[in-house]
Design a protein. Sequence first.
Length: 274
Amino acid sequence: MSTALAVVHGRFGRASLYRLSKPLAPHAHREGHLIFLIDGRPATVGVEGKDYTLDRDHAVAVSPWQPHEFRPGDLGKGAIFLTLYIAPTWFMEASSARGHAMMRFGAPLIRMDAPLFDLARTVAERIGNGEAGPALNDAIHDLTAYAFEETWSIGRRQPPMWPRMNDFRIRNAVRLMNERVTDACILDRIARDAGLSRPHFYKLFRQNIGLTPNMYLNTLRLERSIVRLTRSDDPVTAIGLDLGFASQASFTRFFSNNIGIAPTDYRRVSLVAG
């Protein structure tokens, strides 16, 4: 069974220590995402349709808004993973990566040498011990910076061209999605309000954003739910209903399929620093 061992939120974003034994649905984050195997059997991370092995010799990096999915190698006991969700602004301002135009990893697969693995273990131990503060921030920055540079270490490739919101109708649709994220049956109405048929809306959205409208909306709902779970005492049922879910069960299923654990479990172990 998948469980959360520890979660810390801070200016850097969030850092989690999970024991995962179930697959995660395809999803995306606005943060830079790093995944390290700390203990247990290897897993597979699919990034934009290509599979990468996550083991003691390799970590996986996922750029902001890059679609990905997770499949554990052990569906019984599970394995322990350190997962970082790094706020791009924090990282770009705090590191030598400021010379890059944006927080984009050079490649999804990271070779885990001994120093990098030691950094990952240090961060995992600090999170597991419930630490939060400057020492943890520094350790997370050092780990992220090392991993970031490693993804660019072969050939120093230029960042790929990523979709931009060139179509004003999609820019308007994104604004409406952020304003109406709690509404039910939101996408059909947004397509209509943007002056597009449903098929044309889905096609243009994917071309401009790089994600389906459903995946983008799921990201917004996850973000709102995490804020409510960690910064309020609102009942889980109320959070789910406010986000447009019909019941606590449907909200829990959605959260678990995208995060890996139940919202009550996430709230129980979360620590907000600063």
